[in-house]
Design a binder for this molecule. Structure first.
Ligand code: SAH
Length: 241
């Protein structure tokens, strides 16, 4: 179960933080560390700060984009030091731990941002939920590895309290991205999205489908509907008699 949980660090610039994050993970029984476009190498400082968790560092996976890092994940939770203008479902660290454990029969990810700037809005839109660790509102920004520690601790507490994950599976992020491409194409074909003024239609659609969390067969139905829409837009309607 815990092996299905990946900790994703985006654009980390201090190699020591990568080591400290590995240590934070291992103390809580997590082992899947993923880096996205790190701004530093995993170096001696990382190894020193990982202490006994150098095995987590040795198994680190590195990706060129967040999308690739979470492609197979069915649940993605993004962390944020402050609430953004994005209206996205916001949860606390305890709820995040419970949710992650509940869905850990599939792949899940908790995503952490850059030391200075956090996650971009675009990256946050790839997440189902945003989690904010309750802090002093006047000074809310935790050190990256300490945020990793708190989230991993909550995952462990949920694991100890409720070791049975749900059997239900959701489409993974790659399936959802393909769906959004298809939806975009259909909205374009029927003239709802105008290339010069795309507006925020796709952002709104992402927010809505994030909230709904379609199951695989529902996604398949939606794909069929989109195919029919595109076919109709091309004047090739096939109507049953
Ligand atoms: N100024 C940045 C701070 C980034 S802190 C911002 O506003 O986002 C670096 C990373 O640590 C964040 O991207 C997040 O992953 C994590 N983090 C720090 N404080 C946090 C908090 N209170 N709740 C959740 N994550 C936090």
């Amino acid at each position: 179960m815990l092996d299905n949980i990946r900790i994703v660090l985006v654009g980390t610039s201090h190699s020591g933080n990568i080591g400290s994050a590995a240590r934070a993970m291992k103390t809580m029984g997590l082992s899947q560390l993923v880096l996205v476009t790190p701004d530093t190498e995993v170096d001696g400082k990382s190894v020193a700060l990982a202490a006994g968790a150098s095995d987590v560092l040795a198994n680190v996976q590195i990706f060129d984009s967040l999308e690739e890092a979470i492609a197979l994940c069915e649940l993605v939770i993004g962390t944020s030091a402050r609430s953004r203008t994005l209206e996205w479902p916001l949860i606390n660290a305890r709820q995040a731990g419970e949710m992650v454990i509940k869905e850990s029969s599939g792949q899940v990810a908790i995503v952490f941002g850059r030391e200075r700037t956090g996650l971009t809005n675009e990256e946050l839109q790839h997440c189902h939920y945003h989690v904010n660790v309750a802090t002093n509102p006047e000074y809310s920004s935790l050190n990256l590895a300490m945020a990793v520690q708190i989230l991993c601790y909550e995952v462990r507490m949920a694991y100890l309290g409720n070791p049975e994950p749900e059997a239900r599976h959701f489409p993974d992020n790659l399936d959802m991205e393909n769906f959004y491409d298809h939806l975009h194409e259909a909205l374009y074909e029927i003239g709802f999205i105008v290339p010069k003024h795309p507006g925020k239609v796709m952002e709104k659609m992402r927010r809505m489908f994030n909230r709904i969390r379609m199951e695989q067969n529902e996604l398949n139905t939606m794909r069929g509907i989109l195919t029919a829409i595109i076919r109709t837009a091309h004047g090739k309607t096939i109507k049953p008699d």
